[in-house]
Design a protein around this ligand. Sequence first.
Ligand code: FAD
Ligand code: FMN
Length: 590
Amino acid sequence: MRPIPCIPENAPFTAEQRAWINGFLAGLFAEPTSEPANAASEATTSTHKVLILFGSQTGTAEGLAKKAAAEASKRGVSARVLDMNSYAAIEWGQECSVLLVTSTWGDGDPPDNAAAFWNFLNSETAPRLEHINYSVLALGDRNYSDFCGAGRKFDARLEQLGAKRLHPLGECDTDYEAPANVWMSAIWSEFKKLSVETPAQVKELLPPPKTESSPKAYSKANPFPARLITNRKLNGANSAKETRHFEISLKDSGLNYEVGDALGVMPANCPALADEVLLALKCDGEEAVKLAHGTEVSLRKALIENFQITRISTGFLKILAERSNDEQLKKLLAPDAKTELDKFLHGRELIHLLLSHPGASFSPGEIAELLPKLQARLYSISSSPRMHPGEVHLTVAIVRYDSHGRPCKGVCSTFLADRVDEQTPVPVFVQPSHGFRLPQNHDAPIIMIGPGTGVAPFRAFLEERRAVGARGKNWLFFGDQRRATDFLYADELESMLKDGHLTHLDTAFSRDQADKIYVQQRILEKSAQFWEWLEAGAHVYVCGDAKRMAKDVDMALHQLIQSAGGNGAGQAAEYVQKLKVEKRYQRDVY
Ligand SMILES: Cc1cc2nc3c(=O)[nH]c(=O)nc-3n(C[C@H](O)[C@H](O)[C@H](O)COP(=O)(O)OP(=O)(O)OC[C@H]3O[C@@H](n4cnc5c(N)ncnc54)[C@H](O)[C@@H]3O)c2cc1C
Ligand SMILES: Cc1cc2nc3c(=O)[nH]c(=O)nc-3n(C[C@H](O)[C@H](O)[C@H](O)COP(=O)(O)O)c2cc1C
């Protein structure tokens, strides 16, 4: 890795200016993260160029950005794809067309690699962008209340900064391929118009060359029917938790993965729950219903395999409120009652509402229209393909809870735990990660923070580093409720500590003493050593709970950079941003 120069502390800049310049230098000197999207784009003689920036946590937006670049270059438009974290290295004055492709995380927030760019666009140093044509493709999931929140914010902010919207914001729900293609086609038409308006500058855009058809590989749209070969409980007897280790065979699938990737699993709903829903609907299940692509199946089959029957859509709720004349539901559906609605929906499933509103009836056809499509779930892969060729391992917390007088089950975790037998295929696909990768330099030290199921990718990292003979030091922070029952993979980890593959293993078992202890406290206890590792070039990885743990660990990181590194708050923020730009602070949080 090339050394990255830094502005000295005593240089005459404000903290904000220093952060910007350091970010610029880091972007300039960082190793490139992606190949040019297509060699053809380099070779093109076109003078029309487009910059495509992506904000992506689990790689979907990154994949679409690269696809857009490949499509652009086929049409004679020269495209560059950049991670939003490289924003400081962009010469904004030189850009004329910018496309943003971003997902949304947390509660309407930008993904990790887009956060600094978002702050920059909202800072006093944000450039005016009157000379830029832009469009945003937003990825999201309608199950979240702030649908496509990050994309919408970027779209509005670019307009405020003077940029001209080339095409309206494209919004994609979980089935993103079709709307993304529509957005891309519209963008190329707009480019074509631009080229007609400025014929001297831009050659006529070429139609895309015909591509050869290849046999269809397994993907999210066409998952591989895999075989589950191991299903083992990791917690001891009397644990309050149920975490399971699954081993899945990828034999004959042609699917490959790298450590840091996730596996997508397309589950089926619990048949017993589907039967309860049928009873509440007063249907026998044999009624034929049409799926989105026109195929007819029985209502029972659709409730098990195709529809989301646990979460409740607002479309369904609206009709239920009307048909049952439920004033409370109507109030909750008011635009200003979002918080109350979220509170009401928490822990309620379709069956709760059908049973509490027996007077409201729905035809099978209406149900098919009102229920959203069942979605795949992602799991961080916990194996190295070098150690387990042809297999993929997962570490899954099984979701079971009682709510509003009923036992409830997470769809996918209990599908894997309870409902898959030797005859039941598990439909899977590989979701490549955006940047959650081991350092290319095998000598670089790594610090992994992964409490609970957050340990999953780190088991894979440790296996991989052993398989490739990496000599870099490895430090793991793990936490859970109790050492006796919840120390996941204790045997493997302790044996790695014993033979030196793990340099340090720090644990935080929250319920083993009167005061709760979490990984962030252990990190702070080891501030001086953590700081030494950072200064020696360590890469820091965090995996697991996004709501509390990842935020607390982030605070601890800032805190130790101040206390052990002798920095102020602004300098700590700059240090962390530099780590992110250098891809030395990566998170896989959910
Ligand atoms: C990139 C990524 C990596 C991931 N890696 C892992 C991993 O390695 N291991 C892992 O276990 N998970 C992982 N997850 C989470 C995983 O994808 C699923 O979200 C999780 O398994 C739950 O899915 P489910 O279908 O079992 O539950 P769902 O059917 O989706 O139900 C979960 C929902 O149930 C509700 N709920 C849960 N408990 C309660 C309660 N006590 N009271 C009321 N409501 C409740 C909540 O609304 C919750 O969202 C990852 C997620 C992402 C995005
Ligand atoms: C923990 C988590 C939080 C999310 N929050 C939102 C949200 O607030 N709004 C939204 O529209 N989508 C939300 N999503 C959905 C993602 O934006 C969507 O899955 C997207 O396709 C991911 O793209 P990426 O792989 O490029 O990050 C969330 C997903 C996860 C797993």
